[in-house]
Design a protein around this ligand. Sequence first.
Ligand code: TYD
Ligand code: MG
Length: 458
Amino acid sequence: MAKTKTVFFCQSCGAQTPKWIGKCPSCNQWNTYVEEVIQPTSEHGKWQSDQPREKKSAKPRLITEINLEQTPRIVLPDQELNRVLGGGLVPGSLTLLGGEPGIGKSTLMLQIAVHLPGKRVLYISGEESEQQIRMRAERVGKLQSECYILTETTTQQIFKQIEGLQPDIVIVDSIQTLYSATYESAPGTVSQIRGCTGELLRFAKETGTPVLLIGHITKDGTIAGPKVLEHMVDTVLQFEGDRHHVYRILRAIKNRFGSTAELGIYEMQGAGLAEVANPSKLLLSQRDHSLSGTSVASTMEGVRPFLIETQALVSSAVYGTPQRTTTGFDLRRLHILLAVLEKRCGFKLAAKDVFLNIAGGIRVEDPAIDLSIICSILSSAEDIAIAANICFAGEVGLTGEIRPISRIESRINEAARLGFEKIFISRYNLQGLELKKDQTIEIVPVGKVEEVFTNLFG
Ligand code: TYD
Ligand code: MG
């Protein structure tokens, strides 16, 4: 009998070695190698990886001679998701949806599965029973599509069912539970995940059926299993947010059919996920204007401007080392901003605790939020409230200068639309700034942090 062949895989990046090693040379992670058997068995499915495929003779063709077949996208019943995907689901595409446990991945997918009139959807679940899925489906609203539930984890069986059913869309919850008999290792291991994704990819491309995969995320925020998964699929979506808050953000990390700048916002309700069409209104609704330590930033997430409240609390430090804590903002960035305030503007914050919070539990990566954060910190430190009709948009540099930011017009327009009367922006953003004729909002150009301070607190 032939000896079983085993190799060691890095669970983090998918690198392969014949021997166990402690530190992965390709991603530098420690203790990520696991042993897996790679011995193909004889059971073959239709979209098996080692099945010979008929060869198409490929000849070089002039790029202009290639027909642009307009494949109509499947427009989903969810506007946020459509936008993130770049206008709907592309036939034959493989989409991976990642997110932490309990964030709402299954809910989002099931909502799509049951709300597609005239489509036959196959929802394959290796995680929940038929009854559980039915119960959840009852919660998310009226059933409109021909939705089939299959609780099966073996890909060979799944493909058999798919062939009989001929669905228009296939959803798999989750890729980590799938098992292909081609590979002997257990479900969830690198070779299984990679193998099963490969089979689904082949199925999607050959039949033109779009496949949506749910993938779990590890603690450090990467999609569990190998990174190779991200290279194989066409689109990687990430569902994020704080589990204890109601808002969820859907981002495209990779998209072969659209931009990765788009983003969808949802609210988790009793009856599933609701689209949030006007995020600014929601994120600003619970403001108490007479309190110090809050200000409003005009930020962009993707190509959508929205206004968000930043809150800071500056208080005397009880311990020798002052505490700095953030929610929804990078802690290191806060340290930089505090150092800038200390060094350039002479604010003595070294003996103060600083706590920072972005409203709604949303994580903002836009650097334009800096100015608002600095103003919230100053407002709390001085205990003077900032007027409710002012908002801010600017990045703060290490010398305390207010740096220009992208898409300033949309930010100003959004602020004006929501009734703000003043917006502080970088002086350097004024060049080439084209505003609407009837713009009512007053623009306050500032060049340095000190200027903002004098302007606000005199
Ligand atoms: P779920 O989709 O199971 O998360 P995932 O598949 O990402 O692990 O969502 C789980 C959470 O969503 C659960 O804690 C309850 C909440 N939820 C609601 O608040 N309302 C609803 O209508 C549904 C279906 C779930
Ligand atoms: Mg789930």
